[in-house]
Design a protein around this ligand. Structure first.
Ligand code: IMP
Ligand code: MG
Length: 195
């Protein structure tokens, strides 16, 4: 099926990454990841944005022969329900580990997108503190190219990256704008003025 924007939807501008392209890249990422892990891998998804990416990646990892995959989720609240906060420096991450207990020797923390690099490094630090002996890696579907990256962002490089995107608000494939558009099978650019 061809990707199509919903009709009469002024909140979406254009399709940035099509569903087929995402699918191919997720399978490529699975091949990169499987080379780095032997058996026993806990995928830790950052709710809610990483959920779609995580289940697709898990199935791709299974096709690549990775065994002993388990799922865990954590919840991070950064922006609230809107688009970007006006005062980036005043942002903080509220983490809820949702009672997560990880047994695997290998942990791969997955998020939908790396923006200012506040969310993922905080989650990684927290998990590292709780599981000091685990091999911990991070993966994101998207990385935002920023004109003025924060110091946190400059210090942090995820181990696996799907695509680099321009500094626009993007939705679809799990990513939302005000909780909407997570179900789109592609990544689309939102019209920021409409939110
Ligand atoms: P960071 O902490 O600034 O790296 O922000 C990353 C988090 O912000 C992600 O987990 C997303 O939930 C959210 N986010 C950042 N940019 C976008 C976007 O363009 N669309 C949807 N969510 C985004
Ligand atoms: Mg998020």
């Amino acid at each position: 099926m061809e990707d199509k924007l919903p009709q009469n939807e002024p909140r979406l501008e254009s399709i940035l990454i099509g569903s087929r392209e995402i699918d191919l890249r997720v399978h490529e990422m699975a091949r990169e990841i499987k080379d780095d892990f032997s058996e026993g891998l806990c995928l830790v998804g950052v709710l809610k944005g990483a959920s779609v990416f995580m289940v697709d990646l898990a199935r791709a990892l299974s096709l690549e022969g990775v065994r002993g995959i388990t799922f865990a989720f954590v919840r991070a609240s950064t922006y609230g329900d809107g688009i970007k906060g006006e005062n980036e420096s005043g942002r903080y991450v509220k983490l809820d580990m949702l009672g997560t207990k990880i047994q695997s020797p290998n942990i791969l923390i997955l998020d939908d997108i790396l923006d200012q690099g506040i969310t993922l490094p905080s989650i990684k630090d927290r998990i590292k503190a709780e599981y000091p002996d685990a091999k911990i890696r991070t993966g994101v579907l998207l990385v935002k190219e920023l004109e003025k990256p924060s110091p946190m962002r400059e210090k942090f490089q995820p181990d696996y990256v799907g695509f680099t995107v321009q500094d626009r608000w993007v939705v679809g494939y799990g990513l939302d704008a005000g909780e909407l558009f997570r179900e789109l099978p592609y990544i689309a650019i939102a019209n920021e003025k409409m939110f």
